[in-house]
Design a protein around this ligand. Structure first.
Ligand code: ACO
Length: 311
């Protein structure tokens, strides 16, 4: 049977040049490196660029790493919470910068968006797309009040991308779980033209709960246990959220990808940034099961188990 499965064939990232350390915040607002490190795990983050410029940089790198050229791509999916314009979609700007073929669209499921994009791309591959560029790119510093200590220290800018290609032998997306609870929208939102507002403690509590429930759902759907997961790649919001969820899931931190100490929370970019970091540091081998798990404003959540297909 000719199944139209999906395989990951390349990755790429982009971070702005400007590094903002905890000491930079210490010098400007009522906070401390100690508080930020203990409560979040973040040491530094990057500010700068536009959503399109970072997306294009990451996308070009991912295409190269898959040994492809831009014209080979027949679908571009851009996950972002921070579009550069109301219209056209930021993916149009990125298409023009990269030169991909076929369609392009934006997708917004906040920090759960990248895994939503992975599922959407895999569905499009089943329907006939052959080579999909999936990018997560966000410039959260632009919608964060840099004088509000409860959010300024968390949110930052960056982009990560992967190339997904049809695999006619097998489907390497073993299972997925997507969800949203719109009644929780008031705990994290941003009005048009304004800054983000967040009830941090409430987001924290719910984030741990949805990460655990959603991860357990995909493990069950894939007929796997926590021991079968070689690497967990969670949304990079707060090390305490990751540790609390992983403890309940029985996945040790040694089998978890963490970059938030260097990147802060980059929303749609956080999962591909963590994935690329793990891949580049040799933590992944062909056949490994990766558990992706995101959550974000909405409140949205998304998990997927994917078999790593790169040697
Ligand atoms: N420096 C020093 N003190 C601070 C800071 C800061 N930067 N920020 C808050 N505080 C103070 C508070 O004012 C409070 O003081 P009080 O007790 O006198 O009132 C005290 O620290 C404790 O505040 P809490 O909010 O209870 O601190 P908590 O341990 O919950 O940590 C944090 C706050 C880091 C925001 C945490 O709740 C969190 O990470 N929540 C989840 C946030 C998140 O993940 N959001 C993104 C979701 S994904 C998306 O869609 C973008």
């Amino acid at each position: 049977m000719n199944i139209r499965g999906t395989r990951i064939t390349g990755w790429g990232v982009a971070l702005p040049d400007r590094v903002v350390t905890n000491a930079d915040f210490e010098a400007r607002i009522d906070t401390s490196d100690q508080w930020i490190t203990e409560r979040t795990g973040i040491k530094e983050r990057r500010f700068g660029g536009t959503t399109a410029s970072l997306a294009a940089e990451a996308g070009i790198r991912a295409i190269k790493s898959a040994n492809l050229i831009p014209e080979d791509i027949d679908l571009l999916v851009l996950s972002t919470t921070t579009p550069d314009l109301t219209t056209p979609a930021t993916s149009s700007l990125v298409q023009n910068l990269i030169g991909t073929k076929g369609g392009a669209f934006d997708l917004n499921a906040a920090c759960a968006g990248f895994v939503y994009g992975l599922v959407a791309a895999s569905g499009m591959i089943k329907m006939g797309s052959n080579k999909v560029l999936l990018i997560g790119s966000d410039t959260l510093s632009r919608i964060t009040d840099q004088d509000d200590r409860s959010t300024a220290i968390l949110f930052a800018d960056g982009a990560g991308a992967i190339v997904l290609e049809v695999d006619s032998g097998t489907d390497n997306i073993l299972a997925y779980d997507l969800g949203v609870d719109g009644s929780a929208a008031p705990i994290l939102y941003c009005n048009l033209g304004d800054y983000m507002k967040m009830e941090g403690r409430e987001v924290f509590k719910r984030a741990v709960r949805v990460m655990v429930d959603s991860s357990n759902n995909v493990l069950e759907k894939a007929n796997l246990t926590n021991d079968d997961i070689a690497l967990m790649v969670p949304h990079q919001a707060n090390i305490r959220i990751i540790e609390a969820a992983n403890q309940r899931l029985g996945i040790p931190i040694e089998r978890t990808a963490v970059v938030l100490d260097r990147t802060g929370n980059t929303s749609s970019a956080s999962i591909p940034l963590a994935l690329a970091d793990a891949a580049e540091s040799g933590r992944l081998k062909e056949g490994d099961n990766i558990l992706f798990c995101g959550f974000g404003a909405g409140m949205t959540w998304s998990s997927a188990i994917v078999k790593w297909t790169i040697r």
